[in-house]
Design a protein around this ligand. Structure first.
Ligand SMILES: Nc1ncnc2c1ncn2[C@@H]1O[C@H](COP(=O)(O)OP(=O)(O)O)[C@@H](O)[C@H]1O
Ligand SMILES: [Mg+2]
Length: 285
């Protein structure tokens, strides 16, 4: 990968954040003009963590580079690899060294709390600490460029509460933003604006999703990502019921029984119809 991969992302015209969060991000932007800064975003999956990082880059006209920390199994792995060519080994740097040396770059470290190997983070520590540099035998001394902002995100599941699962020495170096799903009225707004469905349909979808979320016997966790998927299906002609069935990763019978208890009207396409076999071919030419 080359520098051309580090670009300023397009902004999402319909991205909503809490006003407190927005203020923090504006301050981070200012602090970063003095020295590089680290922000940890934590929250459940699909609540908008990756989007907020991307949006930060877009809004402040900064290039964005994203790295999966969750898949790292050794310390040097972000930086590059030794390659064998014509019987000689040489070192091929990856995008990461490039990114940290790109002024004002937003560097997104995804799933920082879940590297496959605990030592994998070792070569990140000093970049995030005050010295902001790392020594590598292969590349020499790497300094973090001016204005760089590191965003780490972590998926907070039931097994993790807050930032507890993270090494305290690492956690210490970050401003922390805890995100939650957007409020339900804002969510309906987002669905309508992003998928083009009517406000009324968006409200209907959110109404049903909320009953699933709040179901007393078996509540179902439906993320913003999933509700968007549902709305998108509806925008392309699916009934709400159908869209829900194909967007939620739960057993169909289980969902059916919950929907039944909600007395949800069967949509235009009921189960019988959905079970018919149709040709899967190109449309008429
Ligand atoms: N506050 C928000 N405003 C608008 N869209 C949102 C918001 N939060 C999440 N989304 C949408 O939900 C989807 C999932 O968000 P994402 O950032 O991928 O979640 P995460 O990284 O937390 O798993 C994206 O399509 C995103 O645009
Ligand atoms: Mg994400």
């Amino acid at each position: 990968m080359k520098a051309k991969d580090i670009v300023i992302p397009e902004q999402d015209p319909f991205f909503y954040v809490e006003s407190d969060t927005l203020r923090v991000l504006e301050r981070v932007e200012k602090i970063s003009k003095k020295h590089p800064v680290n922000v940890l975003i934590s929250g459940r999956q699909g609540c908008g963590k990756s989007s907020i990082v991307r949006q930060f880059a877009a809004v402040f006209n900064r290039p964005l580079a994203t790295f999966q920390i969750g898949i790292l199994s050794e310390p040097g792995q972000l930086y590059g690899e030794h390659v064998l060519k014509d019987g000689e080994t040489s070192y091929r740097p990856y995008l990461f060294p490039e990114a940290i040396q790109t002024p004002n770059c937003v560097i997104h470290l995804e799933e920082i709390n879940r590297p496959e190997h605990p030592k994998a983070l070792n070569m990140l520590f000093s970049l995030l600490a005050e010295d902001r540099q790392v020594w590598m035998d292969e590349l020499g001394l790497l300094n973090v460029a001016e204005g760089v902002v590191f965003f780490a995100t972590m998926n907070e599941g039931e097994e993790y509460i807050g930032t507890e699962s993270m090494d305290p020495a690492l956690r210490d170096r970050f401003y922390t933003v805890l995100m939650d799903y957007i409020p339900r009225d804002v969510e309906a707004e987002v669905l309508a604006k992003k998928t083009g469905i009517s406000r009324a349909t968006a409200q209907e979808i959110i109404g049903i999703i909320n009953r699933l979320r709040d179901h007393s016997d078996s509540p179902i966790d439906v993320s913003t990502r999933t509700s968007l998927m549902i709305a998108e299906m509806v925008a392309f002609g699916a009934s709400v019921r159908e869209a829900i069935i194909y967007s939620l990763q739960i057993n169909k019978e289980h969902l059916e029984s919950i929907l039944l208890t909600l007395h949800l009207e069967k949509g235009a396409v009921d189960v019988q119809n959905a079970n018919k076999y149709l040709l899967f071919v190109k449309p008429n030419e």
